[in-house]
Every structure is written in structure tokens, then in C-alpha cells.
Write a protein that binds this ligand. Structure first.
Ligand SMILES: NC(=O)c1ccc[n+]([C@@H]2O[C@H](COP(=O)([O-])OP(=O)(O)OC[C@H]3O[C@@H](n4cnc5c(N)ncnc54)[C@H](OP(=O)(O)O)[C@@H]3O)[C@@H](O)[C@H]2O)c1
Length: 309
């Protein structure tokens, strides 16, 4: 087992591995959360936008009733983009749904503002069907609200998600509190090294999402992943998850399947040769312009990611 936790710039620890809950369906996510927490996981990643926090809360409650201590669980959730002008309201909704009185980490989910007075709570649209986005809004305004949350006792740490190097630099130029976390899509087909390097230099902890390539885990068949899994006698999932821990990042894996949740908890120490092989794969995709981003909501906004700008 490689590192089980990392130190945040808040002085607190964050587990190296977490359970993801995006697209975890009703009737599935309660048992997934409860099973994971009773089988070695200590971090659950949630979001208001996922629409399943009440059932995640049932899973937390079941695990607590079975003896898991609240203090031993790292709960991370996110303010949705239609709430970026009223962040505490979104946090209160999540706390109520999750059945907890604080979260360990609260993030800005995406740095844009969807119309808070639009025709839908989460995904407002214009009459032509396109996203209803307020364009003359600065993401740094949302961060001021995040900073104010620290005094409420409802959050133990604050961070961002889906922040490119450009966006992070803008935030760092105006913030009072440096984000503790940047949660980004990350895997050998999207190494995002420029963001990882900036985060490391600024003591911002990277949390990697979609490590398996998201729905259907397409990255299992990547050649170096297959080769390293065979060499080490571990699953492809273990290689893909351990890659992040070797890079000093936390990794989130989603599954609602107990056997997979257990498989994914196996993290091994990848050595320099393994990491060089995975880096060569990333470099090759970069050179060929074939990096793969699996999660990119159609907001029509340039968030400053080189592969999408
Ligand atoms: N901040 C953001 O904007 C953002 C965006 C995306 C994701 N996230 C977070 O990151 C988490 C993880 O990312 P993700 O959900 O996109 O994808 P992921 O964890 O890369 O992949 C999940 C998929 O892989 C399958 N799977 C999991 N373990 C497996 C195993 N051992 N063998 C075979 N298949 C396996 C799952 O199926 P089953 O569930 O059916 O087992 C599911 O289809 C999310 O759940 C969410 O918490 C955050």
C-alpha cells in the first residue's frame, strides 16, 4: 500500500483515495457509500449537481450506525454553477441532504455562472435551448464567498475544481486564502502537467477525477496500463489509481459495484520505470494532439485548458 493520505495547506490530512458518486443512480449509491466506508475508504466525493446527495447521506448514516466515526470520514462536495452568487445557500442544501453539520472540503465546481434566476435550478436554458450563462461575472467573486465560509464552521477547507492554469493564476492574484485543492480530470491520457506543476508550486493539492476514463472505464485497455498490470499482477484499475498517488495526488474512483469498490482500494507503489512508461504514453498523445478529455460540459466557455482552447 502506497501513501494513504496527504497533507493539505490547511494543516489537515486528505486521504489518497476517495469514492466518487457522480452518475451513481438512486437505489445504488446508498449501499456503495456504506460499503466503501466499511471497507477501507475514508473519503467520499459528492456534488449538489449530482442530485443524489440525500441518498449519499443515507449511506453515510448507515456507515456511522455501523461504527464508522464522522471524524474519520473526509466529505468533499461542491457548489454548483447556478449557485455561484449564493454559495452558502448551496452549501446549506448539501449539508441538509448529506445529514452532516460540516464538510471537510467545499469546492467551486466550475468557474462560471449559470443564471441563478433562470428557468431551471441547475441547468437553466435560453429560449433557443442553449445554456443560460451570465457572462459578465468573475469567478474571483465566488472565491470571496468561499473564503467567508471558513468562519462559519460549516467547512474545514475550501478549494476549486476544473481550474486551468490561467484561471488559477487569476485567482491566486486576488485571493486571501489559497485554495487547498484543485479537483481536475486527470489520467495518463490527460496528464494536465502544467496545472499539476502550478498546484505543486503553490501548495494546492490535486484531486484527480475520472481516473479510469469515466463511464465504462475505457482507459483499462491503454497499452502501458495493460503491461504494468501484467508485470505487477494487479488490476488495470490499480495501475490507473496508483499513478496519481505516485504523483502526490488524491484520486477519486466511482463504482456502485462492491467487488469493484474493493478492487479499487488496492493501491500499489509504482516505481520510476512504471511512471516513465506512463509518461511516455502521455507525451506521445500530447505530440500527436490526441489527448482525451472525457468530461467537458457544453457551456461554450473557454476555461483555458490547452486541449480545449
Ligand atoms: N469535479 C468534477 O467536475 C468531476 C467530474 C467528473 C467526476 N468527478 C468525480 O470523480 C469521480 C470519478 O470519476 P468518474 O465517475 O467520471 O469516472 P471513473 O471513476 O473514472 O470511472 C467510473 C466508471 O468505471 C467503472 N468502474 C469502476 N471501477 C471499476 C473496476 N474496478 N472495473 C471495471 N469497471 C470499473 C464504473 O462502473 P460501476 O459504477 O458500474 O461499477 C463506472 O462506469 C466521480 O464519480 C465524481 O465524484 C468530478
Amino acid at each position: 500500500m502506497a501513501a494513504t493520505s496527504f497533507q493539505l495547506n490547511t494543516g489537515k490530512a486528505i486521504p489518497a483515495l476517495g469514492l466518487g458518486t457522480w452518475q451513481s443512480k438512486p437505489g445504488e449509491v446508498k449501499s456503495a457509500v456504506s460499503y466503501a466506508l466499511q471497507n477501507g475508504y475514508t473519503l467520499v466525493d459528492c456534488a449538489y449537481c449530482y442530485g443524489n446527495e440525500a441518498e449519499v447521506g443515507e449511506g453515510l448514516a448507515e456507515a456511522f450506525a455501523a461504527g464508522v466515526r464522522r471524524d474519520d470520514v473526509f466529505v468533499m462536495t461542491k457548489a454548483w454553477a447556478s449557485y455561484n452568487t449564493r454559495i452558502e445557500q448551496c452549501l446549506d442544501k448539501s449539508l441538509r441532504a448529506l445529514g452532516v453539520d460540516y464538510v471537510d472540503m467545499y469546492l467551486i465546481h466550475w468557474p462560471l455562472l449559470l443564471n441563478p434566476n433562470g428557468n431551471d435550478d441547475k441547468f437553466p436554458t435560453l429560449p433557443d435551448g442553449s445554456r443560460d450563462i451570465i457572462r459578465d461575472w468573475k469567478h474571483t467573486e465566488a472565491w470571496k464567498q468561499m473564503e467567508a465560509l471558513l468562519a462559519t464552521g460549516k467547512v474545514r477547507g475550501i478549494g476549486v475544481s476544473n481550474y486551468s492554469k490561467n484561471y488559477l493564476e487569476e485567482l491566486l492574484a486576488s485571493c486571501t486564502v489559497v485554495p487547498a485543492v484543485n479537483q481536475i480530470e486527470n489520467h495518463p491520457s490527460l496528464p494536465q502537467q502544467e496545472i499539476v506543476d502550478l498546484c505543486r508550486a503553490q501548495n494546492i493539492h490535486v484531486v484527480a477525477y475520472s481516473p479510469l476514463g469515466s463511464t465504462g472505464s475505457p482507459l483499462f485497455s491503454a497499452a502501458p496500463v495493460v503491461a504494468i498490470a501484467e508485470k505487477r499482477g494487479v488490476s488495470a484499475a490499480t495501475v490507473l489509481l496508483s499513478y496519481h498517488v505516485a504523483r502526490g495526488s488524491t484520486v477519486l474512483a466511482k463504482s456502485v459495484t462492491p467487488a469493484r469498490i474493493s478492487t479499487n482500494a488496492v493501491i500499489v507503489k509504482l516505481d520510476d520505470e512504471d511512471m516513465a512508461q506512463l509518461r511516455a504514453y502521455s507525451d506521445d498523445l500530447t505530440a500527436k494532439g490526441e489527448l482525451k478529455r472525457y468530461v467537458y460540459p457544453p457551456f461554450g466557455i473557454d476555461f483555458g485548458f490547452p486541449d480545449k482552447s
